[in-house]
Design a protein around this ligand. Sequence first.
Ligand SMILES: Nc1ncnc2c1ncn2[C@@H]1O[C@H](COP(=O)(O)OP(=O)(O)OP(=O)(O)O)[C@@H](O)[C@H]1O
Length: 797
Amino acid sequence: MAKKKKQTPKEPRKKINFSLSRQQKILLGSFLFLLGLALIFSFISYFFTWQADQSNLGILGERDLPAENWLNKFGANVGNFFIYDGFGVSSFIIAFLVTLTGVYFFFDYVKSQLVKFWFWGILLMIWISIFFGFFGEKTTLLSGIIGFETNDLLQDYLGLLGAILFMTFVMVVYLVVRLKLTPEKVIAALKSSKKNIAEEFATPVSETETKATVTEPVSTKKDISEKPVPKTEEEPISKPIVMEESVEEKAVLEKIILKSDVEGDVEMEVEQAAEEEVLEENFSEKLVKDYGEFDPRLELSKYKFPTIELLRDHTVGNGGITIDQEELEENKNNIVDTLNNYKIGIANIKATVGPTVTLYEIVPDAGVRISKIKNLEDDIALSLSALGIRIIAPIPGRGTIGIEVPNKNARVVSMRSVIASPKFQNAEMELPIAFGKTISNETFVVDLAKMPHMLMAGATGQGKSVGLNAVLTSLLYKKHPAEVKFVLVDPKKVELTLFNKIERHFLAKLPDNEEAIITDTTKVINTLNSLCIEMDTRYDLLKDAMVRNIKEYNTKFKNRKLNPNEGHHFLPYIVLVIDEFADLIMTAGKEVETPIARLAQLARAIGIHLIVATQRPSVNVITGIIKANFPARIAFRVTSKIDSRTILDNSGADQLIGRGDMLYTQGNDLTRIQCAFVDTPEVADITEYIGAQKAYSDAYLLPEYSGEEGGTNLDINIDDRDKMFREAAEVLVIAQQGSASLLQRKLKLGYNRAGRIIDQLEAAGIVGPFEGSKARQVLVPTIDALNQLLENEMPTS
Ligand SMILES: Nc1ncnc2c1ncn2[C@@H]1O[C@H](COP(=O)(O)OP(=O)(O)OP(=O)(O)O)[C@@H](O)[C@H]1O
């Protein structure tokens, strides 16, 4: 979310922090300048007219009685206020400061200097007015009442001498801190002035004359015009080189020209770099001040998030959550009886009714071993005669044993209800996903950015596609098109087609692809490699910006600390969704596995997240390297305990009841969730709603990746062919079926090797190209034709 960050609290408070437009600055500048002039004129005039006007001050409010001050009643009053009642003659400083502030605003100079001027100016004003207080009451016009009274106060406490010493100390502070005066500089200055006087009376100066000149770094334009310019080149530069002071000047040089006492010696000029001036306002802060933070949503600023009305309430007619007392009682009795049969006494039992299952939490009698209950899992399930019983012994962190029993009437959890839940709506997450409801009826929301990748498995028809739609819908409800992009891989070609409508809002694709949703294996390989390039580019950007992750990078970019001219740009999250992974791995093997493993290992920090779904969670699909990098796993119902272990490292998924009943793990704990149900027409409505709005000119373009010719290794060298190449070719020609799994079975090959051989067969023109879930076409009709073809081949090397 593009929330504006507050300025850091460390920022000096005195800093003027207006963010005015240029026009406003000019207006304010001219007002202050003229007000300053008015004050100056009033003050000057006040010295001549104060006696005449002061006796009338009381009635100055009356319009008819004019005052003598040049600025009439206004002048007389401000003069009296500042000079008589205030600071005496030093009040001119305030008038001068107001004028100067006007000039700064008018010309839009860097204002950090102004604060210094005001601080030291006011200090000097007070000092002068107190100083004049030493001259007594008669000089009120010099000291002002404040100066006189303060002086009086000082003298009352410190005595005259003490007051003088105190005032001297304050002056020393001013000279040292403000003017950076040091004894050496004073001595050098004195010497130089003595020398100058001497020069006036002396004969023309010789080149080797001894002298040291200190230039004063601070001067004004007027100084330049007044200083005589050396007329001839031979003439020694006896006058200091005066530098014009500019507030934005980065370094002021103090020059000390040292001249030796010894005649004929060479003159040396020592250049002493003064402290570099610190600009309190940094460039990016100024940019933020002038233009505000960068808003990635600006291009589609009118974008409207999908409304909740687009989702339907599937619980209607389903009756919402109903607690069937009879059912509860029956199950309880069953559990108690079963456990009693095995001599397990129960101290306490509690039921939590969820949408699809009810959790019975049991506290066994003291001394009962938990392993005993766990071993009875199957027996308990049998006696409860229900599918989907899961025993959790013990429930982590609770010290009780849980038995999950499916409800007779499972309730559908609508996507609408989870999207509308405060938990999702208020989720301060980068990529919030509302999966559904837990057993205790709480909406389950997780951050995909933290997962950072997700593996999803489940036998066909158990709710995988609905689960993927729930993930995508959650993101569509929370994220602006500028913030997240999807790369959708759908070998089944039907599941994700609806998302085509939001191509120019939310999808990312390769530049030369017409369709954003990828259905072809070759294109999947190219896209995955392109994502790897995108990942490397993003890492370079992060390195350049000296940040550790995409969130810090984007914050820095929004604060205008990264220059777009150097290639920096706002980075949207990229979510890669692969709907049928088994299919891809079977056909492309390593070519898919390698980039996926690489992305899964490295992409978390730069905002690329993977969601991989598969029907067949067997170990040759979900290989060790892939599994190790997908800590978040979701299992819908699977057919065997082995599949459950492959996906979750735990049994349980085989005990689920289907229809969106799922187990989620992100480490150790398993959470049972009823996946939210979002129907195809709802997804159609949402994509339609988004698709009808103003879009970007194209989908988010991924970096180009040309890959090898045709995407697969079509130019595989004949000499590099697998040893089993010929046998494999024969198997396929005989069967007239170009499938890798056939090769695996007949030749007992690993699927990677089988995939590679298929590629080689394609390169040799024996089988046709990949055709999605169908087997490849075999292009050679008979074994004879095959022999002929292979004999005619010439080795390329
Ligand atoms: N969360 C859910 N709540 C209620 N019913 C669901 C839920 N998820 C799925 N179903 C039901 O199960 C059916 C099949 O779901 P889905 O299409 O998601 O299965 P699948 O696992 O993707 O199957 P396949 O792998 O064959 O595509 C849906 O049409 C719906 O009736």
